[in-house]
Design a protein around this ligand. Structure first.
Ligand SMILES: Nc1ncnc2c1ncn2[C@@H]1O[C@H](COP(=O)(O)OP(=O)(O)O)[C@@H](O)[C@H]1O
Ligand SMILES: [Mg+2]
Length: 349
């Protein structure tokens, strides 16, 4: 009997479209000799639908118009997920869920909580770890507590305290990064070059979150380390992002890549590479990650490693950085998926 793997895509997040792209690649590449694949989409307003149509309509974002049936949850023991078909409730046998969802409700512990209540195993970090990694402030505090450097920051909870902001900007100097604490894909984020831009940036960030983080600018370059595993960790090649001066990795750069150069492997010596990998593994464990995550860090002018963030569901298209880091260390995209599944439910040969 083949194991049934259910791919979740879409979701009530500003990264809905990113999820459609990631999930399309996952659905296309899951090995049908090993797994039976079920697709469930979540619309922008949160409706769950089992989807029977083509991958193209996921990519075009027309998937929910046709070839769908409604979904219900039954939280009772072994109740799980039910499909409504011709007025009948049909329990879905699912061995494992792959929530290919980015951002809020997907990466923040919410979906993980729902799946725990439904007793369905899933790929990726658990509730607590997802929630902590999603909040840039909490993640920084825990990592800093273990002696790893993080950028200087000021956290604003719900309102602007002008005095604090002034003091912070004098200490940190411009540019200052302004981030909603719990967004991804650089949404709501700005790089303020002066006081006016800072105030405008904070107002904008508050439209996305009631917690906003101001961060000093780290002068250096960005690296990422891709990790798969629970106790034993598989590490991909370290990647380096090369950005022209004054630019940062905003939404445009992330998804329409224009000015950024991605180097996999990173152009660094082995000593620094080992330090990056060891720090990334430490961060993965400190934040209680499991399944997979991409740990992003800055390397400053003195080659110090400074933690930026952990993405617990990094972009997952065949050309996204996370898979490419493993592909570069001689795994195929399909093997990456096999590994993720194997960690949770064993080898499905
Ligand atoms: N403190 C910082 N110093 C320098 N660059 C930063 C800093 N914070 C963010 N950036 C830039 O902004 C990008 C997006 O910020 P990040 O915190 O990773 O948000 P997201 O979760 O949206 O990816 C980073 O990849 C980097 O280019
Ligand atoms: Mg980032």
């Amino acid at each position: 009997m083949k194991k049934v793997v259910c791919v979740l895509f879409g979701g009530k997040s500003s990264e809905y479209k990113v999820s459609l792209m990631s999930a399309s690649s996952v659905i296309e590449n899951l090995n049908r000799n090993k797994y039976e694949v079920i697709n469930i989409g979540i619309t922008r307003d949160g409706k769950w639908l089992r989807y029977y149509g083509d991958i193209e309509d996921i990519i075009n974002d027309t998937w929910y118009l046709d070839n769908c049936s409604d979904i219900l949850f039954n939280p009772c023991k072994d109740g799980g997920i039910l499909e409504i078909k011709e007025n009948e409730l049909i329990p879905l046998k699912i061995d494992l869920i792959f929530p290919v969802l980015h951002g809020r409700y997907g990466e923040d512990g919410a979906i993980q909580g729902l799946l725990e209540i439904l007793s369905i195993p899933y790929i990726g970090c658990d509730i607590a770890s997802s929630a902590i990694c999603m909040d840039k402030d909490y993640a920084h505090r825990l990592v800093e507590d273990s002696g790893i450097k993080v950028p200087q920051s000021l956290v604003l909870n719900g309102n602007m305290v002008k005095e604090d902001i002034k003091r912070f900007s004098e200490k940190a100097g411009f540019p200052i990064y302004v981030k909603p604490a719990s967004e991804g894909s650089s949404i709501g984020m700005t790089r303020a070059m002066n006081k006016d831009e800072l105030i405008r940036g904070i107002e904008e960030a508050f439209e996305f979150d009631n917690k906003v983080v101001l961060e000093e600018n780290i002068d250096g370059f960005e690296v990422g380390c891709a990790i798969i595993g629970n106790e034993e960790l598989i590490i991909g090649e370290v990647c380096e992002l090369e950005l022209p001066n004054g630019l940062f990795l905003d939404y445009k750069e992330k998804y329409k890549v224009k000015n950024i150069n991605i180097h996999i492997p990173a152009r660094i010596d082995n000593l620094l590479k080992d330090r990056i990998i060891n720090t990334a593994k430490d961060i993965y464990r400190i934040l209680g990650c499991s399944g997979l995550a991409r740990v992003d860090m800055f390397i400053d002018k003195d080659e110090s490693i400074i933690f930026n963030e952990v993405n617990t569901m990094p972009g997952f298209t065949t050309t996204s950085i996370f898979p490419k880091m493993f592909i570069s260390s001689n795994m195929t995209y399909g093997e990456i998926l096999d590994q993720l599944i194997e960690i949770e439910i064993g080898d499905c040969k």
